[in-house]
Design a protein. Structure first.
Length: 572
């Protein structure tokens, strides 16, 4: 090479440095030793680090594209890692072997997640007070052959992507507040139910976190009685919304219409008005109940549970508006509904019921169908009517639809809007009603990871692998990529808060806008103008990061200072 050469590196050294700090390669190689003596080149851990960097840089996991990417950035990667990287280290065959190895052994996969999670908790002083678990589905266009392992994983089921026509697989994600750092993930068949997944996820999070005194937050599918009984019996703490099924809607209606105690206003510190004053976000009260249920192991368990009955003002307004909109549209359809020539009263009533059911206003509209009977004279045969022409008298029935609003039911529906029940076994002195609501409002932290997988910076879709073990291995590496992003974001925000500083130039089109809560994607995007100056010295090739664009002068230094321990080294 020439004495000096400049190569564009973007955020690659930053991502590599961050993954090495996370000990990704070290932990993977500890669990999966080198495959066999005839295999040369990078280990599984090293190849995994480069693959995650490739995914974060190009936002794709297509295996066939990494070989060209590695060749384009080989000198940069060598300088950033210190590894010997050959030209054929990242062929699609080797990447396929990597995904297969990571995905085919569930026990080792659990060990990897546990060791990574424990290291991150201790290395970055992550809080372990609140943990979350959620699931979603990934719809794919694969058509697996019947009787194969792929057909067992990729199945039809309840689609959260609203694509019931496609095969799918289910993915779970367990995260830690407040950064949303993932600790565990799992892959299951698309038709698998969510209910049995929460207890194993909680137990694994207990192993990773090291104690069971954290608050376990999940959605309503975790609120099964056996799940709650088992968690309390095992010494866990939980906060779940109750599903609106069974006796719950009737119980909620009775409590809201006739509260056993006076509801209080809910004020959250982080929600303020335009002038900075605390804002009332809703109402709520709680009822303490003695619960009795059977644990997962069959033990009968009795415990005290708090039922939190709350109303979100914003959610109530949305539900009320949606209800009135549906009602108006239903009334407009009913007004246009006319009986056809051969329709009788039953036919017209069936059509009207179909309208109110589709608009979900069955209880809000009263339907009445009447039928009028008239007699008509019909002449028999051709020709003009005359006094001697034969004729007959027929009855003509005409159905008419009448409808009206059920004002009492409408008033009750609007009154119940926004109300929901949450259950917890945490005592009030440890978690107030307001704190419980604030904790559940942060459920988006787990969902944000799924958004990054589906339409964000760590794309799992479209899915470019077909074998089930490779799908599982890919989702494991994508979780590691999500760990890197969330940690980068968390450390940057924590450092900026401690130093009382902000960053500017992160928002396209608004160069002067400042923030102390930058996203990882915005931070990485601003490293696009970093280049690597390669110099041939007596000791070998030396690489130094330089900034090319004058408009970005000083940004890399400010970003480095905002990240603890210097995320981006001065030289590669």
């Amino acid at each position: 090479m020439a004495d000096k050469q400049v190569q564009r590196v973007d955020e690659i050294p930053l991502v590599i440095h961050w993954l090495l700090k996370m000990r990704v390669a070290e932990i993977i190689d500890h669990i999966w030793p080198y495959p066999h003596r005839n295999r040369r080149g990078l280990s599984y851990g090293q190849l995994g680090v480069l693959f995650v960097a490739y995914i974060l840089h190009l936002r794709t996991h297509r295996l066939s594209g990494m070989e060209e990417w590695l060749e384009d950035y080989r000198q940069v990667l060598v300088q950033a890692t210190g590894w010997e990287i050959g030209p054929k280290e990242a062929t699609d065959d080797r990447l396929g072997d990597l995904l297969t190895v990571l995905g085919q052994d569930c026990e080792r996969s659990v060990v990897l997640q546990r060791e990574l999670g424990q290291h991150l908790i201790h290395a970055y002083a992550l809080l372990t007070e609140i943990a979350r678990f959620d699931t979603t589905t990934f719809s794919v266009h694969h058509q697996p052959a019947e009787g194969t392992a792929a057909a067992e994983l990729l199945t039809k089921g309840h689609s959260k992507d609203r694509r019931p026509d496609l095969e799918q697989f289910k993915q779970g994600l367990g995260t830690l507040d407040p950064a949303g750092v993932p600790l565990l993930t799992g892959t299951w068949p698309g038709k698998a139910a969510d209910d049995p997944l929460y207890l194993p996820a909680w137990r694994e999070m207990v192993q990773t976190i090291g104690h069971r005194h954290f608050l376990f937050v999940a959605d309503c599918k975790a609120a099964a009685l056996v799940t709650r009984a088992t968690l309390d019996w095992a010494g866990g703490c939980y906060l779940f919304p109750m599903p609106m099924t069974g006796e719950v809607p009737g119980q909620l209606r009775a409590w809201v219409l006739d509260p056993p105690v006076c509801p209080v206003e809910i004020v959250l510190p982080e929600v303020t008005t335009a002038d900075g004053q605390p804002k009332v976000v809703g109402l709520g009260f709680e009822v303490e109940r003695e619960m009795r249920g059977q644990t997962e192991d069959g033990h009968q368990h009795t415990w005290t549970e708090r039922w939190l009955i709350t109303r979100s003002d914003a959610h109530a307004q949305r539900q009320q508006k949606a209800c009135l909109d549906r009602l108006r549209k239903a009334e407009a359809e009913l007004a246009r509904l006319k009986a056809r020539k051969h329709d009788n009263a039953d036919d017209l009533l069936a059509k009207a019921k179909s309208v109110v059911q589709r608009r979900r206003v069955v209880d809000l509209v009263s339907l009445q169908v009447s039928e009028t009977v008239t007699q008509e004279v019909r002449y028999i045969g051709p020709g003009r009517p005359g006094p001697n022409r034969p004729k007959r008298i027929i009855e003509v029935r005409q159905a008419h639809l009448n409808f009206s609003r059920n004002e009492a039911a409408l008033e009750e529906t609007l009154q119940l809007a926004g109300w929901r029940i949450y259950v917890t076994n945490v005592q009030v002195k440890q978690m107030s009603l307001e704190q419980a609501i604030a904790y559940y409002r942060d459920e988006w932290l787990a969902e944000r990871g799924f958004h990054r997988f589906k339409r964000g910076s760590i794309p799992a879709l479209p899915l470019w692998v077909r074998l089930p073990e490779r799908i599982t291995g890919l989702m494991l590496l994508l979780m590691i990529a999500l760990q890197a992003l969330t940690l980068l974001e968390f450390v940057a925000r924590r450092s900026l808060k401690e130093q009382g500083e902000t960053l500017d130039g992160l928002v396209p089109g608004l160069p002067k806008m400042t923030t102390d809560r930058p996203t990882a994607e915005r931070l990485l995007a601003r490293f696009k103008n970093l280049h690597l100056l390669l110099e041939q010295t007596e000791a070998g090739v030396k690489g130094t990061l330089v900034e090319i664009a004058a408009s970005d002068s000083g940004f890399a230094a400010r970003a480095r200072d905002s990240l603890r321990d210097g995320v981006l080294p001065a030289s590669a």
